[in-house]
Design a protein around this ligand. Sequence first.
Ligand code: NAD
Length: 257
Amino acid sequence: MIQTGIFGASGRMGTLLVQEVQNDSDMELSSVYARDGVQDLRARNLPVADSIEEFLQSCACVIDFSSKEGSMELLRTAQNLGLHKPMVIGTTGLSQGEFENLKTLSQHCPILYASNMSMGVAILAKISAIVAQTLKDSDIEIVEYHHRHKKDAPSGTALTLAQSCAKARGLDLQNVRISGRDGIIGARSKDEIGVMSVRGGDVVGKHNVGFYLDGEYIELTHNATSRLTFVKGAINALKWLVSKPNGLYSIQDSLGL
Ligand code: NAD
């Protein structure tokens, strides 16, 4: 039995994770923690921890879908307590510095970080890199669509896809990413990679990676139609991670891609 703690347990993702872990015969829900909605978690008789310390001490491994502040607090506490437990982290919007913190802690415990836990997006990233490299002259434009509640933009997934394309072309994404166009902006430069965000309704997540040439274009699209895709992906990732040595892993690693 994998004794699992869910961090961010009252959120859209956390609620589904709690249900799936409870229904999984290989897993045991040993602790939950959230900043909001704690009363409701208690009313459902879930093993709510009063502090992050207690949360970490009550579980053998963690799945975290919270917020950038929450994930950083979780990592800091684990580090301070010297509790080095396998963690699957799906929180998006981390800054470069915050990602470095995550990398540092992964020297002491196995961590799998993915801005998107779906197998489809992992494959899309791989195919996008191949197309970016093969169609060297194509203009790359990525458009992502998410529900109206999403806090960060562009989505972590769109940035991951852009990173795959930039790397395939030997470019530094920071120097070539454009995330908005307005006014007299002039002609598009050859290397730029557009990453645009649309927000509305209840869209779970759509990513379109376009490669535009003169006379033809390819568009590769991934649609997430249910959050369960990410939840099941995170649970499978944790089952894979628990037997791994310390280090930072990607969803591609867990899928053998
Ligand atoms: P949400 O706002 O519905 O839920 C966030 C949860 O985290 C809540 O339980 C909240 O109480 C808790 N939380 C927030 N800040 C906290 C803190 N400082 N300390 C403790 N708990 C805290 O969000 P959501 O839609 O469930 O998404 C959560 C995160 O997961 C977001 O970053 C989102 O972009 C990301 N996400 C990732 C994937 C993926 O596949 N990697 C898929 C969907 C969402």
